[in-house]
Every structure is written in structure tokens, then in C-alpha cells.
Design a protein around this ligand. Structure first.
Ligand code: ATP
Ligand code: MG
Ligand code: MG
Ligand code: MG
Length: 439
């Protein structure tokens, strides 16, 4: 992409309405525009990051054997009357009446709808296990929408639902989700810690939230500092292997880590004092096992091996795709701007032309652009006729992992400058060497 042909409305001043750094940087980098309280447009730069996060979520879900689909944003109220949640959900639900006077709603989550789909089409235990998921916009009329996309009213969520014959099978599905989430967040450059949590309006008795530690997080968390040393890494996972998934769950959840809702001071005392931490965290996902809470009232049964109908055991599993954009920035930035992890960066590499219009510099930039593109990377070429200082400030603000700086002086010696956004270190390399390093 060439900056002169792009749409990236960067702000020079700090927007007054932004209270936390990720919101400030997303506005300044021209990633989002607020249209109403808690409702945002994703401008091209923000949209690129959102799409990359979404792609990682899709890949990891499908690696775990989960099946993608798409349900609508608007749902009929009658489904929610069947489960009893239409009244229970309260004012967070955006209720809509259509021209035929039917009660509709903008979905805050999809347990009822997926259960209805399931009961319409699945009748036998032989069709289980089954896990379906989608990534779709949700609406919750939050009391205090704030912090930009972190607590929006409209937000983008991956929500998946498992259907199993027995409690045991459903617990494997739970463990499988936990494992796949560990991998998912790590690919985004994030440390998200699974913590024992409270199930809230989804219901059920087994649940973990995934939290990213950050001062601006809305949850209070208590943990053994040893959990922050655990990494998932490049493990070979067989998602059908019950024992393997169970043992990874244990590895990542045996140490004390809880949100304030389930915090138990007496048990916490058992953690060695020097490892006891109280901090704040951002909830980026949550998994639930809730058994037959929806299948029973909604009649989602299958015929068991003995021919008798049994209600299926279910769980639901959410990832806050749009919230993650803010959470990643909270976890990865400095005074000058965002520092994108490679896995989610909107462009891989910036090219800064120090002297636009100089034929050598222009040609070298074009050649770099072509070479990077040929390697399958997305470069962002700052081809504006601007001062170098302004170009550097923009690149630092938008936080691409690499910057290649091209100027007539370096070119005389056959070199360009390659700078890492994260370390700030620069080195002089030939254009070919620079491309090799970025790839
Ligand atoms: P919170 O405690 O922050 O209100 P939640 O527990 O109500 O979130 P879940 O029902 O568990 O949310 O939804 C799954 C995920 O969707 C959350 O873990 C979070 O990452 C994301 N999410 C929930 N509410 C919002 C929101 N208002 N804006 C952006 N993302 C959200
Ligand atoms: Mg909530
Ligand atoms: Mg919550
Ligand atoms: Mg939650």
C-alpha cells in the first residue's frame, strides 16, 4: 500500500475523550471512528488488524476440529422466551419490534439460536460430538461503554458451542477449547492467563476467563506469579486426545489464578508470599460448561445408544475479537505509539523515503516495495512529500514491526537503514539484506 493512496486519518493531538492508551492510540492512528456511544466504524488500518485477529481465531478453531458457520445478528425473542432468558437478561439486551409487531432483539450471544438449529437437525448420538462456531457482531447495551472498542456496545465476538452426549465428553470439549485458546492468544503475541471465574448470565458451573494483565483492566485478579512463566509454545496437539488436553489444562490451571468473583483469600494464603500478586486484567475470552441448562428447556435431545432421548451436554466459548485489538495495544506500546506483534500487524514493514522525488531514492523504494510484495508481505510505503521527522513519527505511532529508511546519502554507499520498532535498533544493510531480514 502506498500512503498517498491510502486512507489513514492520523491525528496529531491526543483526543480528549480517550482515557486509556489503547483508545488514544487507536484514534490517533486512524484505526476507528466513533459513530455513537460504544459503536465504531473500523477504518482501513483498524479493519486490517481486526481481520488478522479474526483469521488467527478461525485457523485455531478449525485446527481444534470446530466447524465455522454464520448466524444472524437479529434474533426472534421467542427463542429466548423458551430458555427463560428473555426476561432474565435485563437492560443489556437491545430489544427491537418489527413492522409486524414481533419482538426481536440484537443478539448479545447465541446459545438459544444454536440450540434451536441443533434440535432441528440432529437426532442421534451418532452425530456427536459436534462443535459449531461463528464470528459475528454482538450488541449489549452496556451501562458504561468506554475505553473505545474494549467495552463497546456493538462488538465482534467469536462464540462457539459444543454438543456432547455425556458430561465427560462435554468436559473434553471444554478442555479442548482451553488448549486452543492458549495457542490462539499466544499467536497474537499475548499472554492471556486462564483464571477461575464466575459464570454470570450464561450460567453453569465450570468456567475460566482468559485475562491479559494490564493496569487499565476492569477486573481485579489474584494469582501466583509462576503462572506468568508458563508458555504454550510450539507443541504438537492432538485435539482428540482426552488425556493430553486434560494434562495441559491442569498445567495451566493448577497454580492459583482467580478473578475477584471467585477469589478465596484462605487458599491464596497458601501461595508463597513472594509469588502472591494482585493486579488488574482485561477479559479477552471465556469458556463455559453448563450441561443441560439450554438443551433441557428447549428440548435439544438426541436418541442415545439405548434408543431413549437424552438432552445434550453443552458449553459455550467466547473470544472478544474486537476487544483484543485494544488489549494487544494495552500490552504492547511505548511513548511513541503502538508496537504490533508480528502475528497481527496491519502491514509487515514500513518504507520511508527520505527524499521523495529524488530519482534514486524513489527507484530504490519502488524496488523494495516490489521485493517485499513478491515475498508475500504487505509493505506500507510512505511516499508523501513530507519531512523525515513527520514520517518517522507516523511510523512509530502506527507501530509496524520494521521500518526501512531510504535516502540518497545511504544509497551512494549501497545501503538502506532497517529499524526494529520493538528494540529501536537500526542497522545499515543492502536492500537485499534488509528484505531477507524482514521476511
Ligand atoms: P465483561 O465481563 O467484560 O462484561 P462478559 O463476561 O460479559 O465481558 P462474555 O459473555 O464472556 O463477556 O463474552 C465473551 C467475550 O466477549 C468476553 O470475554 C470479552 O472479551 C468480549 N466482550 C464482552 N463484552 C464486550 C464488550 N461490551 N465490548 C467488547 N468486547 C466484549
Ligand atoms: Mg458483560
Ligand atoms: Mg466477564
Ligand atoms: Mg465473560
Amino acid at each position: 500500500m502506498r500512503l498517498t493512496r491510502y486512507f489513514m486519518p492520523v491525528l496529531r493531538e491526543n483526543p480528549a475523550e480517550a482515557q486509556i492508551v489503547s483508545h488514544r492510540l487507536m484514534l490517533r492512528a486512524g484505526m476507528i471512528k466513533q459513530n455513537a456511544a460504544g459503536i465504531y466504524s473500523w477504518l482501513p488500518m483498524g479493519f486490517r488488524v481486526l481481520r488478522r485477529i479474526e483469521a488467527i481465531v478461525h485457523e485455531e478453531q478449525q485446527r481444534a476440529g470446530h466447524i465455522p458457520m454464520l448466524m444472524p445478528t437479529v434474533q426472534p425473542a421467542d427463542l429466548w422466551r423458551e430458555s427463560g432468558r428473555y426476561d432474565a437478561y435485563g437492560p443489556e439486551m437491545l430489544r427491537i419490534r418489527d413492522r409486524q409487531d414481533r419482538d426481536m432483539l440484537y443478539g448479545p450471544t447465541n446459545e438459544e439460536m444454536i440450540t434451536d438449529i441443533f434440535r432441528s437437525h440432529v437426532g442421534s448420538y451418532r452425530d456427536l460430538p459436534l462443535t459449531l462456531y461463528h464470528i459475528q457482531w454482538k450488541f449489549r447495551d452496556e451501562m458504561r461503554p468506554r475505553f473505545g472498542v474494549m467495552r463497546g456496545r456493538e462488538f465482534y465476538m467469536k462464540d462457539g458451542y459444543n454438543f456432547d452426549l455425556t458430561r465427560e465428553d462435554a468436559l473434553h470439549a471444554y478442555n479442548r477449547h482451553l488448549v486452543s485458546y492458549l495457542r490462539t492468544y499466544e499467536r497474537m503475541g499475548l499472554k492471556a492467563i486462564p483464571m477461575r471465574a464466575d459464570s454470570g448470565p450464561i450460567g453453569g458451573d465450570d468456567t475460566h476467563e482468559f485475562l491479559v494483565l494490564a493496569e487499565t483492566g476492569e477486573s481485579e485478579v489474584f494469582y501466583d506469579s509462576a503462572v506468568t512463566d508458563l508458555t504454550f509454545g510450539d507443541r504438537d496437539i492432538d485435539y482428540d486426545d482426552v488425556t493430553q488436553c486434560q494434562s495441559i489444562l491442569e498445567e495451566f490451571t493448577n497454580l492459583y489464578a482467580r478473578t475477584d468473583e471467585t477469589h478465596d483469600a484462605a487458599i491464596f494464603e497458601g501461595v508463597p508470599e513472594e509469588r502472591r500478586r494482585t493486579a488488574r486484567g482485561i477479559e479477552v475470552g471465556q469458556i463455559f460448561y453448563f450441561g443441560t441448562k439450554y438443551s433441557e428447556p428447549m428440548g435439544a435431545t438426541v436418541q442415545g445408544p439405548d434408543g431413549k432421548p437424552v438432552p445434550v451436554h453443552m458449553g459455550s466459548h467466547g473470544i472478544g475479537v474486537s476487544r483484543l485489538v485494544g488489549a494487544i495495544i494495552e500490552a504492547s506500546h511505548d511513548d511513541r505509539g503502538i508496537i504490533w506483534p508480528e502475528g497481527v500487524t496491519p502491514f509487515h514493514c514500513g518504507i520511508v523515503n527520505l527524499k521523495q522525488g529524488d530519482s534514486d531514492a524513489d527507484a530504490a523504494c519502488e524496488a523494495l516495495y516490489a521485493a517485499l510484495t513478491a515475498e508475500g508481505l504487505d509493505p506500507l510505503y510512505d511516499d508523501r512529500d513530507e519531512r523525515a521527522g513527520g514520517k518517522f513519527a507516523t511510523m512509530d505511532l502506527i507501530g509496524l514491526p520494521w521500518r526501512i529508511t531510504v535516502g540518497p546519502r545511504g544509497l551512494k554507499n549501497g545501503v538502506v537503514e532497517l529499524t526494529s520498532r520493538r528494540t529501536g535498533e537500526s542497522e545499515e544493510l543492502t536492500p537485499e539484506e534488509a528484505v531477507k531480514k524482514v521476511v
